[in-house]
Design a protein around this ligand. Structure first.
Ligand code: ATP
Length: 296
C-alpha cells in the first residue's frame, strides 16, 4: 500500500532527528548579530573568515547565491555573509535562495518567519522534488534528492546571475563524509571547500563553514533563541541520516579516548602520502602504484 508523504515522515523521522530547543526567547536581532562577531568571534566568525582566506572562497566582485534550507547551518551562514559584507572590505553581492522541495505549510511558515525576523531577504522557489522522488526514486531517494536539489540550486543561482553558490556544510559534515566514504564506499574521498561545477559553467560551489564545528553552531542557535527547521525531509529522512548519525556517534565515542580524533580525520585529507597508497583516481582515470613502481 502506498503511504502518504506525511505518514512516511511520521514513520521515518524520529529518534535520530535532533531538535534544538532554544535556551530562551528570540534575542533582538542586533544582539544576535553581535553574538556572531563578538560572543562567537573565535569559534564561528574567525573560522568563517579563515576558510574564506585559506581557500580563496570569496573575491571582490563575486555575486554569491547563499543557499538556505532553513536549518541551523544555513541560517547562520546567511548571517555570516551579511556580516562579511557589512564589516569586510570585500565588495560582494548576495542573493539568499530557498528551494521549496514541497515542505509542509508549518515548516515553510517557520522558515519564512525566521528569515524575516533575522532580516534575511529570501527568494523562495518551488521544485516539487519531494513529490518526484516519492514517485520515481523509491530505491535510492536520498541520492536522487541530493542530485536534484543541487541542480535546482545551481540553476537558480545562474538565473540570478551569481558566479558562486554557497552551501552550509561544516567541519563535522566534512569528517563524517570522509568516514562514510571509507566505511560504506571503500574509498578515501572528502568534501572539498570549493569545486567547479561540471554541468553549470562559470559557477563555483563554496563551503565557507568548512572549519566551523557543529557544536558551536548549535550553541549559537540556542542562545539566539531561534527555532530552526529540523528533519524537513518527508520521503526518506532515516536512510542517509542514520548512517551519518552512526558516524557522529562513532566520532563522539572515539573522542572520549582521543580528543583530537576529529582533527586527525580532517588532517588525513590534507596529508595523503602518495608514496604509500595503493591506487587513486584523477580526472576520471584510475591509477595503481604499480604503474609507477618499475619506473622509479
Ligand atoms: N531546500 C533548500 N534550499 C536551499 N538550500 C538548501 C536546501 N536544502 C539544502 N540546502 C543547502 O545545502 C546545505 C546542505 O544541506 P543538508 O540537507 O545537508 O543540510 P544540513 O546539514 O541539515 O544544514 P542546514 O542546517 O543548513 O539545513 C544546506 O546547509 C544549504 O546550504
Amino acid at each position: 500500500m502506498k503511504r502518504s508523504l506525511s505518514e512516511e515522515k511520521n514513520n521515518t523521522v524520529g529518534s535520530i532527528c535532533k531538535v534544538l530547543i532554544p535556551f530562551s526567547e528570540r534575542k533582538p536581532l542586533e544582539e544576535i548579530e553581535r553574538l556572531i562577531v563578538k560572543g562567537f568571534r573565535k569559534k564561528i566568525w574567525k573560522q568563517f573568515v579563515k576558510a574564506i582566506d585559506e581557500y580563496s572562497l570569496v573575491k571582490n566582485g563575486d555575486k554569491i547565491a547563499v543557499a538556505i534550507s532553513g536549518g541551523k547551518d544555513s541560517i547562520l551562514m546567511a548571517k555570516l555573509f551579511q556580516e562579511l559584507k557589512r564589516y569586510g572590505k570585500m565588495n560582494i553581492e548576495l542573493e539568499f535562495i530557498v528551494m521549496d522541495p514541497g515542505y509542509n505549510e508549518n515548516i515553510k511558515k517557520l522558515l519564512i518567519d525566521n528569515c524575516k525576523y533575522l532580516n534575511i531577504p529570501i527568494k523562495i522557489f518551488e521544485s516539487g522534488i519531494f513529490r518526484i522522488i516519492d514517485d520515481i526514486a523509491k530505491e535510492n531517494p536520498c541520492y536522487m534528492c541530493a542530485k536534484m536539489r543541487r541542480g535546482a540550486l545551481y540553476s537558480k543561482a545562474k538565473e540570478l546571475g551569481c558566479n558562486k553558490l554557497a552551501l552550509g556544510h561544516h567541519f563535522n559534515d566534512v569528517i563524517e563524509t570522509t568516514l562514510l566514504n571509507i566505511f560504506y564506499s571503500g574509498n578515501f574521498k572528502t568534501m572539498l571547500p570549493k569545486l567547479k561545477s561540471t554541468n553549470f559553467e562559470n559557477i563555483e560551489l563554496i563551503r565557507p563553514m568548512y572549519f566551523i564545528r557543529e557544536e558551536h553552531i548549535e550553541r549559537f542557535i540556542q542562545i539566539s533563541g531561534i527555532l530552526p527547521i529540523d528533519c524537513a525531509c518527508m520521503v526518506a529522512a532515516k536512510k542517509i541520516s542514520s548512517k551519518r548519525y552512526e558516524m557522529k556517534e562513532l566520532i563522539k565515542k572515539l573522542k572520549t579516548n582521543f580528543k583530537n580524533v576529529d582533527k586527525s580525520i580532517f588532517s588525513a585529507a590534507q596529508n595523503v602520502n602518495m608514496d604509500a597508497i595503493l591506487g587513486w583516481e584523477k580526472g576520471g582515470k584510475k591509477y595503481s602504484f604499480l604503474d609507477f613502481y618499475d619506473k622509479e
